[in-house]
Design a protein around this ligand. Structure first.
Ligand SMILES: Cc1cc2nc3c(=O)[nH]c(=O)nc-3n(C[C@H](O)[C@H](O)[C@H](O)COP(=O)(O)O)c2cc1C
Length: 186
């Protein structure tokens, strides 16, 4: 028998998320944060959404920059997620303190993370409030990927990259590539 839980605010803890590190460079502010609440929104135009609480320093920086990068990291970079996700740019210069390695983007001014296995360059097209988070919508202008990590269909090669997954609180996991199946309908 399934039971009804009373801690409704834990609704977001019941399935794993992939971890992206999201941020931007605006004037003299450079800041990134861990982000689990993100989603593709549209193929054409290619739109990607990230949900960011108003409390985050990143909220301020992306609002000013009007652009952001989305950087997906592998399980061996889990410490970076904890650093970007448990410390705030309101209190410290995370990028300097943790010596986060950055590379220039191609189209926008905000850098991508060297440690990411794929990064998106996004131009901010909309900000919309949903309760205590704001949905930042970006048009994806460029994608940086290590070609060797993706198969001929552009799908992540899980033998080469194990994406970092977030379970909630401070728990992380990754995938087991042995469970991979290529499945077509009958
Ligand atoms: C794995 C992980 C995922 C997170 N996902 C989100 C998210 O999707 N949206 C959000 O607003 N905060 C999220 N957070 C919290 C922020 O990353 C955290 O508050 C961070 O310190 C904000 O940094 P900033 O103030 O420098 O922007 C997440 C934290 C962790 C550890």
């Amino acid at each position: 028998m399934k039971k009804i839980i009373t801690r409704i605010e834990n609704f977001q803890y019941f399935y794993p998320y992939s971890v992206a590190v999201v941020g931007a460079h605006a004037q003299n502010q450079l800041n990134y944060m861990a982000c689990a609440w993100h989603t593709a929104l549209s193929f054409n135009p290619p739109l990607f959404g990230v949900l960011i609480s108003k409390k985050r320093f990143t909220h301020q920086v992306i609002s000013q920059a009007r652009e952001f990068t989305v950087n997906f990291i592998s399980a061996d970079r889990v410490k970076l997620s904890a650093q970007m996700g448990r410390k705030s740019g309101h209190e410290m210069d995370k990028m300097k303190e943790y010596q986060v390695k950055l590379s220039p983007a191609k189209i926008i001014q905000s850098p991508i993370l060297e440690d990411a296995y794929v990064s998106f360059e996004c131009k901010l097209t909309d900000i919309r409030a949903y309760g205590d988070h704001d949905l930042f919508v970006g048009e994806v202008l460029a994608i940086h990927e290590e070609e060797k990590n993706f198969n001929s269909e552009g799908v992540l090669d899980t033998g080469k990259v194990q994406p970092l997954l977030y379970l909630g609180s401070d728990f992380y996991i990754t995938i087991n590539p042995d469970t991979l199946k290529h499945v077509l309908p009958d």
